[in-house]
Design a protein around this ligand. Structure first.
Ligand SMILES: [Ca+2]
Ligand SMILES: [Ca+2]
Length: 347
C-alpha cells in the first residue's frame, strides 16, 4: 500500500507520457504463471487444430481436383463419340440436298441414300412397331400378300396392344387414340377397337409427302397408255412414293360394260410399271348383289415400315372373312411385292 502511495506520488510529478510508458513497462514482463501456461497450451492447440483443418481442406481439394479431372476425361470421351452424331446430321443434310437435286434429275441412284437417313433410329423404332389394318395386325416385314391377324384373347401379353395408335384414313393423318381390346369375336380372338383404318404404334410421319386423288387420268399417263380410254371409271392417286422428287401414279380403272376393274402402277414418266390387282366380272357376278369394281377404298398409300418410302397397300376382297393385304414397295424404279393378283368374291 505504502509503495503504491509513494509510487503514485512519484508518478504525479512525472509528465503524463512518462506515466503511461511506465504503466505499460510494468505490464509487459509478465511472469510465467499457471494461467499463462494454460493459455500457451490453448494457443498451441488452436494452431494445431487449425493446421490439421487446413491440411484436411487441402487434401479434400486435391481429391476434388482428381475427381474433377476424372469427370473431365469422361466428358472428353463423350465428346469423342459426339461427332458421330454430327456426321449423321451432315449425312442427313447431304441426303436432303441429294433429294432436292434429284427432283430435277429424276436420278435413281440418289434415292439409295434415302435408306441411310437416320437408319439407326428407325431400326430402334421398328423393333416394337405395330401396324393395324381395320384393328387387325398387319405384318409389314416383307412385301407380299399377307393375312391380317387377330389377337389371341388368352395371350397374357395381349395388353401390349392396348396403347396409343396414330390413325390414318383417306390418305392423311386423322388422330391419335388409345386402342381398346374388343369383345371376343371368334373362338377366343379379339381385335383392337377405337382406331382408324390404319393404326400405327409409333408417331413417325407415315405420310411424309402429299397424296392427291383425281377423277381423271393425267395426260402424261394417257399419252403413253392409249388403252386407258377403254375404261369408263378412272381415278388416279398421284404421289411421290419413294421421295426422290418425282411423282408416281396409281390408277384405279373400271369398265362398267365388261365388269373388269384393276389397280395399276405407273412411273413418273407415264410408263406402266405393273398391274397390281384386278377382278373380272366372272369372279363377282354370281355372288354380288350389285356390280363390283375395285375402287379407291381398296388402296392405301402409307409408310408402314418407317423407312421413308410409302408402301402401296391393296385390300384384296374375298367371299367372306377379312380381306388379305398385298404390300408393295416402289423404290429406285423397282417394284417389290406381288403383282397381277386376281381377286375373287367367289366361295
Ligand atoms: Ca418418286
Ligand atoms: Ca415404308
Amino acid at each position: 500500500m505504502g509503495d503504491t502511495i509513494k509510487d503514485n506520488a512519484e508518478k504525479n510529478n512525472k509528465p503524463d507520457e512518462e506515466v503511461k510508458q511506465e504503466k505499460s513497462m510494468k505490464t509487459i514482463p509478465t511472469p510465467i504463471t499457471l494461467g499463462n501456461s494454460l493459455l500457451a497450451i490453448l494457443v498451441v492447440l488452436i494452431l494445431g487444430t487449425g493446421s490439421l483443418v487446413y491440411y484436411m481442406i487441402k487434401k479434400e481439394q486435391g481429391d476434388y481436383e482428381k475427381y474433377n479431372s476424372l469427370v473431365q476425361n469422361l466428358v472428353q470421351d463423350e465428346q469423342i463419340t459426339a461427332p458421330e452424331t454430327n456426321t449423321n446430321e451432315l449425312a442427313e443434310g447431304e441426303t436432303i440436298k441429294d433429294i432436292i437435286d434429284s427432283a430435277t434429275n429424276t436420278g435413281s441412284a440418289s434415292t439409295n441414300t434415302i435408306d441411310a437417313v437416320d437408319a439407326t433410329s428407325r431400326k430402334v423404332l421398328n423393333e416394337n412397331l405395330t401396324v393395324l389394318y381395320n384393328g387387325l395386325i398387319l405384318d409389314t416385314t416383307s412385301m407380299k400378300q399377307t393375312e391380317l391377324k387377330y389377337i389371341d384373347n388368352s395371350d397374357k401379353y395381349k395388353d401390349k396392344y392396348v396403347i396409343t395408335y396414330y390413325n390414318y384414313e383417306s390418305f392423311g393423318f386423322k388422330d391419335s387414340k388409345l386402342g381398346n381390346l374388343s369383345s371376343q369375336l371368334y373362338d377366343g380372338l379379339v381385335k383392337i377397337e377405337n382406331v382408324g383404318k390404319i393404326a400405327i404404334s409409333e408417331s413417325y410421319e407415315a405420310i411424309p409427302r402429299e397424296i392427291k386423288v383425281v377423277n381423271a387420268i393425267p395426260t402424261i399417263v394417257s399419252d403413253k397408255n392409249p388403252k386407258i380410254g377403254d375404261y369408263d371409271s378412272n381415278k388416279a392417286i398421284i404421289t411421290d412414293l419413294d421421295g426422290n422428287g418425282t411423282e408416281e401414279y396409281i390408277l384405279i380403272l373400271a369398265n362398267k360394260t365388261s365388269g373388269y376393274s384393276k389397280i395399276t402402277l405407273v412411273d413418273s414418266s407415264g410408263t406402266k410399271v405393273a398391274d397390281l390387282a384386278y377382278i373380272e366380272k366372272s369372279q363377282w357376278e354370281s355372288v354380288a348383289t350389285e356390280e363390283y369394281h375395285l375402287s379407291l377404298s381398296n388402296v392405301e398409300v402409307i409408310d408402314v415400315d418407317n423407312d421413308g418410302i410409302m408402301e402401296i397397300l391393296i385390300e384384296l376382297p374375298r367371299y367372306e372373312g377379312d380381306p388379305s393385304i398385298s404390300l408393295l414397295k416402289y423404290k429406285n424404279g423397282e417394284l417389290q411385292g406381288d403383282t397381277n393378283i386376281q381377286c375373287s368374291l367367289l366361295p
